[in-house]
Design a protein around this ligand. Sequence first.
Ligand code: UVW
Length: 318
Amino acid sequence: DVPSMRELLGDHPPQNWGKWGDDDEVGSLNYLDAAQVLRGVASVKSGQVVTLQCPMGHPHGDPVFPGREGIKREMVWDHDVFESGQGPSFPGGIRATDDKAEIFLQGSSQYDALGHAWYDDTLWNGRHADTTNGGGMSWASILPIAERGIVGRGVLVDMARHRGKDWLDKGETFTHTDLEDAAAAQGVTIEDRDILLVRTGFLKYFYATPADEFYEGFIEPGLTYSRELVEWFQNKEIPNLVTDTIANEVTADPESGVLLPLHASLLRNLGISLAEIIWLDDLADACAADGRWDFLYTAAPLKIHEATGSPVNPVVIR
Ligand code: UVW
């Protein structure tokens, strides 16, 4: 029998509720003050820019959590539309293309709102989950995060490279001490308040694999829950976890079978922002080439009123 989230995490899990006031909706991103921005800027050495979004509408399909779909983009104006007289006629004859799209906001490289996941009817900062009712999130939507932006020193830990693999296996796990060991082997330290990027290679596996094989017995590799791991994130004041997996953690806790206990522990309880489906291979190659694994990390989720998340294209400057 699978225990409840409360049974797994306990009645008094590590929690940051109230730490930045009862009305706070951005949680641990509060750690990213001006000093942290300058610490990130100080890690820029060459001026190299690397973008981290997976392209939306990739011919192979988009990597999504089962039940979601990739973008459905439709062209509304093209040359033929104008030639057939169906497009608008603008004075002087200028013409333009136009697109519209239907997207799952969690259906590509994305940031989760802090209110995105919960248990026991309560979400970030102790608010009732009925704030998700009525067609939009009236509490802890993506908007406050989008308004502040995310800038700081980022550190990439390449777990796949550290374990000598192109990608980690389905269900393969690692812990915070594995992260520290891998970082030490790379010659970098995960410092307090760092934005933590973790590469598993699993998106590389996605693009290299037929969809039915990728989704068969869907379980991703990733961090695995323990109270010590959650305390490590809390004590290090990590503001943001960024991974190249769809859900940022091993999908189901291997011992209990509970689904996504780190969403509950990190997002709901500690207010740590989660960025998922982030393409880290180009960045990892750049870091491996010159042996520098820290950088300025910037991300600007879209300002979508009452939304549960937003697509994003993080930009790293090295
Ligand atoms: C779910 O909401 C299931 O996952 P994610 O946070 O990865 O979008």
